[in-house]
Design a protein around this ligand. Structure first.
Ligand SMILES: [Cu+2]
Length: 215
């Protein structure tokens, strides 16, 4: 089965986040290259032996400082800001009515996954249908954990005294790894969750199978 990651996005939220990351990487590479070249030029160019008039020289330096230190960073930050605002609009901030509701409860050090509508509970394994938004209701039984499925995007804390909602969607079938993203004690690093995104019919079959075997 296909395994996605944050640079191999498998859903709309993960996609806008990956795009944002590539944009920032691209801008970073351009800025780094420009300044590395300028630095090299400054280091290796022979100083002109004839001193220029002091005023003319300081004017030139002033221009470099304004362009390199104010104008360029301003342009880069404005581009990143605009792209971030645009990306935020794609990330849903409330669950659409057709969303599948899944409760995820963090424990030291395992995941409890409940499907209230379907009456199913699983541990360390999360199944979701492809192409349908999933509203994850996140909470914790003990300390703060963090729910993070890199392939689907998003990352949100599970708090012991409240419920946070994160809406994600998988566009392709696949099996993805999820790792608790908030240090929560000795076994934190082993607090993993397998996320299986499958076509709607297979998901329905899985739900039906669980019904027979659990409780
Ligand atoms: Cu943890």
């Amino acid at each position: 089965m296909r395994q996605g990651g944050s640079l191999d996005p498998q859903g709309p939220v993960a996609e806008v986040m990956a795009d944002l990351w590539w944009l920032m990487l691209g801008l970073g590479v351009v800025v780094f290259t420009v300044f590395a070249v300028l630095l090299a030029v400054g280091l290796f160019r022979r100083r002109s032996t004839e001193p220029k008039a002091g005023l003319q020289q300081s004017n030139r330096f002033g221009r470099w400082i304004v362009v390199g230190g104010v104008v360029m960073p301003l342009i880069v930050l404005l581009v990143v800001f605009a792209a971030t605002v645009q990306a935020l609009r794609v990330v849903p901030n409330s669950a659409p009515p057709e969303a599948l509701v899944v409760e995820v409860i963090g424990h030291q050090w395992w995941w409890e996954v409940r499907y209230p509508e379907e009456g199913i509970t699983t541990t360390n394994e999360l199944h979701i249908p492809v192409g349908r938004p999933v509203a994850f209701r996140l909470t914790s039984a003990d300390v703060i954990h963090s729910f993070w499925v890199p392939a689907l995007g998003g990352k949100m804390d599970l708090l012991p005294d409240g419920v946070n909602t994160l809406v994600l969607q998988a566009d392709e079938p696949g099996e993805h790894l999820s790792q608790c993203a908030e240090f929560c004690g000795l076994e934190h690093a082993n607090m993993r969750l397998t996320v299986v995104a499958e076509p709607a019919e297979r998901f329905a079959t899985w739900v039906a199978d669980q019904d027979g075997s659990s409780e």
